[in-house]
Design a protein. Sequence first.
Length: 456
Amino acid sequence: MAKLWGGRFTKETNKQVDAFTASIGFDRQLAKEDIEGSLAHVQMLGECGIVSTDEAETIQNGLKTILSKIESGNVEFLTEHEDIHMNIEKMLIDEIGAVGGKLHTGRSRNDQVATDMHLYMRKKTKRLIELVEHVQYALLSQAKENIETILPGYTHLQRAQPISFAHHLMAYFWMFERDKDRLRDSLKRINWLPLGAGALAGTTFPINRERVAELLDFDFVYPNSMDAVSDRDFVVEALSICSLIMVHMSRLSEELVTWSSQEFQFVELDDAFCTGSSIMPQKKNPDVPELLRGKTGRVFGHLVGMLTVLKGLPLAYNKDMQEDKEGIFDTVETLEGALDLLAPILETLTVKKDNMRKAVTQDYSNATDMADYLATKGLPFRQAHEVTGKVVLYAIEQGKYLLDLTLAEFREFSSLFEEDIFDILAPENVMRARHSQGGTGPDQIKVQIQLAESKL
Ligand code: ARG
C-alpha cells in the first residue's frame, strides 16, 4: 500500500517492519486529541492565509466527519499507515480529496504527537484529580464516624500508643491531598504547547503558535522547537505522581488486608468487594486491596521504563519516544480502576469498634502516659522512662496489664504514684490527652477534619 511518505522509496516496506514500527494498535486512543489538535492547526492556517479559509473549512468539516465515524466505531485503522496521525490523514484525503493533504502544512508528526500527548495528559490528569478526591471523600466520611473509635497505633508493627481510627484514616487523606496538589501542579507544565515546532527546527510558514495555544487552551508555547518535540518530562512526571498514588493506595490496602485478617478483626470488607476460594468454603478474600497493592509493581515498572527510554536520547525526536504511550496508557487505566474501587471499599467498610477497643485494653500502649505522669510530677523524663519500663516488666512477669496493678504495687516503684494514675492510664484518656496540634485527641481531629473539608 502507498505510504504518505512514499516519494523517495523504491520498494514496499517489509511487512514485519510495518508491524514492528506501527503504533496504531495503541495510539488509536489518541484519535480525539489528534483531531482536536488538527482542527486548531488548520483554523490557524486559514487565519494566517497559509491555506484559504474555504480550504480550512473543508478540512475541518472532513475532520469532524472522521471523528464521528471513529466515535461510532465506523472505521478501520490500518497497520500500513503506522500510527493514528497518518491513519487520520489518509482518511481525510479519502474523505475530501487532495485538499486534505494541506492539513499537514507547517507541521510534523513530531510536534503533532507531542501535542496529542499533552492533550491526553491534561484530560487524564483532571480525571485523576476527581478520582483521588472521591477517595478523600470516602476517608473523610469514615473518619467523621470514628472520631471516638479507639485502636492501637503501631510503630514497627508493635503496639505503640492508642489512637483514634479517624486519625489513622485522615493520615491517608493528607497523602492524597498532596497527590492532588502534585497533579494540579503538573498541569502547569502539561499546558505547554509543542505544536508549531515542526519536525525540530520550526517552519518556513508564517504560523501563529499563540493562536493555536489560545484555541487549544494552553497557557504557554514551548520557546524552543527542539525541546518541544523532545520533551516527555510531563509523561515521566505523570508516571511518578501515579507511582506515589499507588504507594499510598498500596499502604492503605496492606492495612485493610491486615485489619480484616482473623488475627486482627478490626474491619470487615463488604461482601460485594471480596471473593471466595474455589476449595476452602469458609474463605472471604480481600482480593481487591491485594491487587491494589500488587498493581503498584506495574506502575513503577512503567516509570522506570520511561526514564530508561529517555536516558541518553540525543535531540530531537527519536522513534524511541513512541514507547512513551503504552506505559502511561496502562498506568492511567490502572489508576482509574484502582481509585474507582478504593472509594466504595472505604465507604462500605464495617469498623469493628469493640475489637479495636478490646485490643488497647490488652497491651502496654499506655506506658508512655505513665512516664509522662511521673515527668509531670517532676521526675526527669529519662528516669520516668526507666521506672515505667520496670513497671511494665513487672506487669508482664505477673501476667497483668498496667491497669490491673494496684496502687501499692505502683508505689513499690515510685512514691510519686497516686490514685489518679488509673484515670491517666485508661485508653480513652490516653487518646484524649493528645491535644497537641495535629495529635490524635478528638478536639484536634475535629480541627483537622474542618481543614480537610476546606480542601474538597
Ligand atoms: N507514532 C509516532 C510516535 O508516537 C509519531 C511520530 C512519528 N514521527 C516520525 N518522524 N516517525 O512517536
